[in-house]
Design a protein around this ligand. Structure first.
Ligand SMILES: *[C@@H]1O[C@H](CO)[C@@H](O)[C@H](O)[C@H]1NC(C)=O
Length: 500
């Protein structure tokens, strides 16, 4: 497909195209949407540079090569990481490479040291980039942007509903009230156009842990000093929350999603996220081809959360007991213990033909867009929910932490496209032996999701409608398409001003 030329280039043909420098937080759920955005910007006539570390750049090589073959001005920029002297192994460059809670903290505290090499990279660029788009979790980019006088937008990965709740919670001192109250207390979130109540367990946000409080303060400060926000959602899904968020922030919110729909061909769809998984797609597609339309439930919990062996067993038995065909993604780290491996192999033997266990990374977008898939058991990471919605797949919701409990409220209570598995408390990333949801909960949610009946049909009807609206939003003339046009245009104009 020929890259669409931005409508802005004609009036600004004497100027170089605007140059966006994108700085994703180094976790899959954050890298994927920003790389999708970089690709879209490049397709629309802007230049896009994605700044990351060597391990992540290697994972993105397939995407970059493909963009190069299509003649798109998209490049990867590598900054050295981990910094010398920090207590992290060399390959600890992505949240999915972190081995334990100790490393997790060191990882978070090492990231701001990217500011030095980042500043050196930006300083050396001539002309200077038009705009930096940095993840909300990369507040260390703010100082660089300010000292070089470059506009900065923050990209926040969750639903706009979550971002609004989180901002209002901060503005109204809600976190302090929750901390002072009891575990069972329910608190209303003020300043949100629908009723939302949270408990101590579900009112989570990013960097809420006492050890990371200073980082959260920095992220909030960088959010308040940014020139605007970019969010991966679409107006037909979240218009009321977008309007309210824009008013509460007091700056423009560019609504440009679902970014996953920018991946229009099989190759980008399969290699997205992790090039190494592209070959796996064929085997999975062949298996799915043999299943009836809408019959398979896809089960995957994102790239970060790891389940204990006991919890893993409950998931497996729940899927087996549901009687439905399934694809279940189990992380390599989860399946590493010999007794887990043995148990998994026995489950595979018992469910042969009906169940497919994928170890490691799965090409999620390729799976969700297959016609055999009729439901998705998800951790409620926002990319996963957007991808499900964009492909008209209803969800069973199993939030783990951060924004996920509020994302669940949005899809279950507001949008009506989800059925909860019944998780009521956060599961931290490395929990030794916790069981948050028993097999009965898994089986019940899967049966409700995949079965017949008025409620299930209504969920399917609604989510299909959102899927159609999502597609329209991303087409020429659609709200997300036009927001991206305006985003590019506003930086063409500021460049023109700079040259006057
Ligand atoms: C995004 O598009 C909507 C609908 O066209 C519009 O109201 C809004 O102002 C746009 N946002 C920005 C930041 O331009």
């Amino acid at each position: 497909m020929a890259p669409a030329v931005a409508t802005t280039t004609a009036s600004a043909s004497t100027l170089p195209p605007p140059h966006f420098v994108l700085v994703p937080f180094v976790a899959q759920g954050h890298i994927i949407p920003l790389v999708d955005l970089a690709r879209l910007l490049a397709e629309r006539g802007a230049r896009a540079s994605v700044v990351t570390t060597p391990l992540n750049a290697a994972r993105l090589r397939g995407v970059a090569d493909q963009a190069a073959r299509a003649g798109l001005p998209l490049e990867l920029v590598e900054l050295p990481f981990p910094p010398p002297g920090c207590d992290l192994p060399d390959d600890c460059q992505n949240a999915d490479m972190v081995a334990d809670n100790y490393q997790f903290l060191h990882f978070f505290f090492a990231l701001p040291e990217l500011a030095g090499p980042f500043e050196a990279y930006v300083r050396a660029l001539s002309p200077r980039p038009s705009c930096i788009i940095a993840d909300w979790l990369n507040p260390w980019t703010a100082g660089v942007a300010t000292s070089l006088g470059i506009p900065r937008l923050f990209f926040h990965g969750p639903s706009c509903f979550f971002s609004l709740c989180d901002l209002q919670a901060a503005n109204h001192g809600l976190h302090e009230r929750i901390a002072a109250g009891g575990d069972e207390d329910r608190h209303a979130v003020p300043g949100v156009p629908v009723p939302v109540t949270v408990t101590k367990a579900t009112a989570l946000g990013f960097l809420i842990h006492p050890a990371t409080e200073a980082l959260r303060d920095e992220a909030m400060a960088a959010m308040r000093t940014a020139d605007g926000a970019v969010v991966n959602t679409f107006l037909d899904l979240e218009a009321q929350f977008v309007a309210c968020y824009e008013a509460a922030l007091g700056k423009p919110v560019w609504v440009v999603g679902p970014l996953s729909l920018g991946n229009r061909d099989a190759e980008t769809t399969a290699s997205r996220g992790n090039t190494a998984a592209a070959g796996r797609r064929e085997a999975i597609a062949a298996w799915l081809d043999g299943q009836p339309p809408g019959s398979v439930v896809f089960v995957s919990f994102g790239s970060v959360a790891r389940k204990s062996p006991r919890q893993l067993r409950e998931v497996g038995h729940g899927l087996e007991d549901s009687g439905r065909p399934f694809i279940w993604v189990v992380k390599e780290a989860e399946a590493a213990a010999p007794e887990v491996q043995e148990w998994l192999e026995a489950l595979e033997a018992r469910t042969a033909g009906r169940g497919l266990v994928v170890r490691g990374w799965a090409p999620q977008l390729a799976v969700l867009s297959h016609r055999a898939v009729g439901g998705f058991v998800t951790h409620c990471g926002w990319n996963s929910l957007m991808e499900a919605m964009a492909h008209g797949v209803p969800v069973a919701t199993w939030p783990h932490f951060e924004d996920q409990f509020l994302n669940e409220r949005l899809v279950v209570d507001v949008l009506g496209v989800g059925v909860p598995v019944g998780a009521t408390a956060p599961v931290m990333i490395f929990e030794e032996d916790a069981v948050a949801v028993p097999r009965e909960g898994v089986a019940r949610a899967v049966s409700a999701l995949m079965g017949g009946g008025a409620e299930a049909d209504e969920r399917r009807r609604k989510v299909r409608e959102y899927g159609e609206k999502a597609r329209r939003a991303m087409e020429e003339g659609g709200s997300s398409y036009e927001n991206l046009t305006r985003l590019i245009q506003s930086f063409v104009q500021s460049e023109a001003k700079a040259q006057e």
